[in-house]
Write a protein that binds this ligand. Structure first.
Ligand code: HEM
Length: 364
């Protein structure tokens, strides 16, 4: 059964490599004083995380969902782009490959939205457009600090669209759908505005992030499923805690505005990237992994270990960022990496156990 998924493993491996390289680069940037391995690696931490690791996995998930051969070109291009960045290839090889890959994901979404025109597909499609726009600006020579809010838009809208899709179970009223669309529109307006008046644009997007967090906290089915047990409860806790980080991030964007480097920049970005995005990935992994790799993933209470460590270490890092404590910021960042590695280890162990159980049942 797993054989049909085997062709996807090289893409998953490319995403994994990008993640590990990005984690190392992030620690070097936090000032741990370890060798950067390659001189150019610390500078590409952000693109490796957003495009190389997450962009490749999201592209792969979409390609699997659509089931057409050409769609696999998108995650392949972003994965190869990540490889070019890691290898420190000169010129624009990495950014060009990544931008082409994001164009591929946009093309996938054109097909998806035409097949199923709905608010949730449009939201995810707009997320990929934000990614493509950010990549285009990056390719045109804009600094990463100037395009990173577009990359945030990619991940936030992709996740919000996914949650909206599941929210259909709750039968959202017309007014609730309109308020969601309004929040997304304000966020996008902030992004466009940031190209003209950076500080104002970031603050406007911050207001939308707070509003989106409140909307999700109010309407997501996680509010109900958190009372259940096992995997369902774990997923709900991951989602709800992610929404709290999203709201906190929005507040930082709103009050700090157009910061482009340093500890406050670190807090503004990682409350959303680690607090929101990673919590959502932790929560969704038991659903995504079987779809993409064919490996089942049974819930284990140990999953709470990586989730708790992520939140505790991020709190330490952000307090360090805002209070000017270098050790808190550095230890928080290091423990963030431990939390992500623990997540990978727990996931691999659970997948192995589930597979052994499946094989055991098949033999009986
Ligand atoms: C897990 C541990 C992580 C560590 C230790 C880390 C570390 C860092 C550091 C030190 C910076 C520079 C901040 C500054 O200018 O002072 C940074 C920037 C950034 N990080 Fe992370 N990060 C981590 C996770 C993530 C994740 C999960 C994402 C995305 C999903 C991400 C995306 C970014 C981006 C886009 C930037 C901006 C890069 C730039 O301006 O060049 N990081 N990170």
């Amino acid at each position: 059964m797993v054989a049909q998924y085997r062709s996807r493993f090289p893409l998953i491996a490319l995403a994994g490599l990008a993640l590990l390289a990005a984690l190392w680069a992030g620690l070097v940037r936090l000032g741990w004083g370890w060798p950067p391995l390659l001189r150019t690696l610390p500078a590409v931490h952000g693109p490796l995380m957003v495009a190389g690791a997450l962009g490749t996995l999201i592209g792969l998930e979409r390609a699997v969902a659509l089931g057409r051969r050409w769609t696999y070109a998108a995650p392949l291009l972003t994965g190869l782009g990540a490889l070019a960045l890691i290898a420190g290839l000169p010129g624009l090889v990495g950014p060009v490959l990544i931008t082409l890959g994001s164009l591929g994901v946009v093309a996938i979404f054109v097909v998806i939205v035409r097949r199923q025109p709905a608010l949730f597909t449009a939201t995810m499609g707009l997320g990929t457009l934000a990614w493509l726009a950010g990549n285009g600006l990056w390719l045109a020579g804009w600094p990463i600090s100037g395009v990173v809010s577009w990359w945030v838009g990619f991940l936030v809208l992709t996740i919000a669209g996914e949650r909206l899709e599941l929210g259909r179970i709750l039968r959202l009223s017309r007014g609730e759908q309109v308020s969601f669309a309004l929040v997304i529109a304000i966020f996008l307006l902030g992004l466009i505005f940031s190209a003209l008046a950076f500080d104002m644009g970031v603050r406007l997007s911050g207001i939308a992030l707070v509003a989106l967090a409140l909307w999700l906290l109010r309407h997501d089915i996680a509010r109900r499923t958190v009372r259940q047990a096992g995997l369902t409860r774990f997923i709900a806790i991951s989602l709800l805690s992610g929404y709290i980080w999203l709201g906190l991030s929005g507040l930082l964007w709103l009050f700090l505005g157009g910061v482009t480097a340093g500890p406050r920049y670190d807090a503004m970005l990682h409350t959303v990237f680690l607090g929101f995005v990673m919590s959502m990935i932790f929560g969704h992994m038991p659903i995504i992994l079987p779809a993409v790799s064919g490996l089942a993933l049974a819930f284990e209470p140990a999953f709470y270990g990586h989730l708790a460590l992520l939140h505790a270490s991020l709190l330490l890092r952000v307090v360090g960022d805002l209070a000017g404590s270098v050790p808190a910021r550095q230890w928080g960042g290091l423990l963030n990496v431990v939390a992500l590695l623990l997540f990978l280890a727990n996931t691999a162990r659970a997948a192995r156990r589930s597979r052994a159980q499946q094989l055991g049942k098949a033999v009986q």
